[in-house]
Design a protein around this ligand. Structure first.
Ligand SMILES: [Zn+2]
Length: 495
């Protein structure tokens, strides 16, 4: 039930901005201000029209908005999703058949802002005149997840730009066969931050095993942490100290005794989807992120050395690899290689490449047909149950189930990843970057986001000290964009 369902302004998919517009377009929608801001998902018609049950539908709806949080679009309210609540809502999401009088033929979805309010109606249309089908898992033509991300952009207050091509607010490419527009790119991020707010989430750190949280910095994207054998840790993230919607790449060091360095900012480097970090072959650290353009090129900084004074930014390499989301890093001591997992930009499949100290990267190995929406959590190290080194990755499946998956493999003598298998963990998550750490050679710990309205960070544990048992529990902090875990530290980023 929509609040204030009176006057309606329509921003159809056919809405055309001036041809000269070269970037995001702001509509006249208001910033979301009702608190909590209630998003009501009418799940029944998603089952009858698309065969998607309520759980998948809820996860997709949440992920459609989460995609905007991932790129640092912030809100002044708490967001609350409900499955068909009878309470008044600010956004109502429904599945309808086309053409029922308010959507022309060929329309995939539509978002309708309610003027003089922060309310919006969001409809996904099944075109009964077309044999083309919709799904959340590549079994149909159209990707419902992409359509939801786009329509949420309208509800945030964005119109259709004429370019860039990659912007999810530019119409087109919602088919699985194309490059589905599930994730806001740079132009969308800037528009979303202007339409709402720039996220500025506190980064909090505590010991992995417990204790008090300490705020060390602020970020608008996913945050990474790694720890060396001598106890130094590096926290890597994106930061926007000038509040101008361009996020610089940054890190800070934490000494073995808990001393925290000032921020070390790469002032000539920008990104928009978080920063990954790991130990490097040199004994220092490495960090990786996406170049701040629509090409999704992966940039890596290596030879970063921690210090409480001074700022060692390391050596920069623009790789030839391109990803849909932030890449992830791990260090494999067994082969003395830096390992990078990423979602290849063309097909959206999970791949791994490794590099020795020379800086050359191997041809990426495909990890079966695994695909995911989120940057993966990865760690490599000795794994007692296998009696050898292993690399483990944690990631949510890209279909609407968003089940947390754990992949296992290893790096061979040639530096190539060899896949052993993938298992489904009992948990679920959104497209919030999880992170994974091997503990004591027999235990996996995974920090990931919840799908409920609390947005708590969760810890998923697979303990294989005697057989394998899985358990999960919420942490006493929230995570909006993805946290991190190392051998000694836990990091979260959320209000
Ligand atoms: Zn549109």
């Amino acid at each position: 039930m929509m609040k204030r369902p009176g006057l309606i302004a329509v921003f159809l998919m056919g809405f055309l901005p001036a041809a000269t517009v070269s970037a995001y377009v702001l509509n006249s929608g208001n910033r979301w201000s009702d608190n909590p801001y209630v998003i009501d998902v009418i799940t029944g018609p998603f089952q009858s029209h698309f065969g998607l049950d309520a759980t998948r539908t809820m996860h997709m709806a949440r992920s459609g908005l989460q995609a905007w949080l991932n790129v640092g679009v912030g809100f002044s309210t708490n967001l609350a999703f409900y499955n068909t609540t009878s309470s008044a809502s600010d956004i109502e999401i429904e599945a309808k058949t086309c053409c029922d009088g308010d959507c022309t033929s060929g329309c995939l979805g539509r978002a309708t802002n309610v003027p003089f309010s922060d309310n919006c109606a969001l409809d996904i249309y099944k075109n009964t005149n077309s044999p083309q089908s919709y799904s959340d898992d590549r079994t149909g033509t159209w990707d419902i997840q992409s359509i939801l991300s786009h329509e949420f952009g309208h509800c945030l207050g964005l119109g259709h730009p004429s370019n860039p091509e990659e912007a999810i607010m530019k119409q087109g490419q919602y088919a699985f066969a194309a490059y589905p527009k599930r994730f806001p790119r740079v132009d969308d991020k800037t528009g979303g931050q202007h339409a709402q707010f720039i996220a500025d989430y506190p980064i909090r750190v505590r010991e992995r095993t417990g204790g008090a949280w300490t705020q060390v910095a602020k970020t608008s994207g996913s945050v990474g942490v790694a720890t060396r054998a001598d106890g130094w840790s590096l926290v890597a993230y994106e930061t926007d100290p000038t509040r101008d919607t361009t996020s610089n790449v940054a890190h800070l060091a934490i000494s073995a005794t808990g001393g925290v360095s000032p921020e070390c900012i790469n002032w000539d480097e920008w990104t928009y989807d978080g920063v990954a970090v790991s130990e490097d072959t040199s004994g220092g650290f490495a960090k990786a992120f996406l170049a701040a353009n629509d090409g999704g090129q992966i940039l890596v900084y290596r030879n970063i050395y921690p210090a409480l004074l001074g700022c060692i930014t390391g050596t920069r390499t623009l790789t030839t690899m391109s990803s849909r989301r932030r890449p992830s890093l791990a260090y494999d001591a067994g082969t003395a290689r830096l390992v990078m997992a990423f979602i290849d930009r063309d097909r959206g499949l999970l791949r791994l490449s490794t590099s020795d100290s020379s800086g050359a990267w191997t041809t990426p190995t495909q990890l079966n047909t695994e695909w995911t929406d989120a940057p993966v959590g990865i760690d490599c190290g000795y794994w007692a149950p296998a009696g050898a080194n292993r690399c483990f990755m944690a990631f949510p499946s890209a279909d609407g189930t968003h089940l947390l998956r754990i992949a296992e493999g290893y790096i061979n003598a040639s530096g190539n990843y060899v896949h052993v298998g993938t298992s489904v963990a009992g948990g679920w998550t959104l497209n919030v970057a999880p992170d994974l750490q091997i503990i004591n050679g027999n235990r996996l710990e995974i920090i990931h986001g919840s799908t409920d309205n609390t947005r708590n960070a969760y810890m998923y544990v697979r303990d294989c000290s005697s057989g394998c048992t899985d358990s999960t529990y919420p942490l006493d902090q929230r995570t909006y964009v993805g946290g991190g875990i190392s051998s000694t530290k836990l990091v979260t980023a959320a209000p």
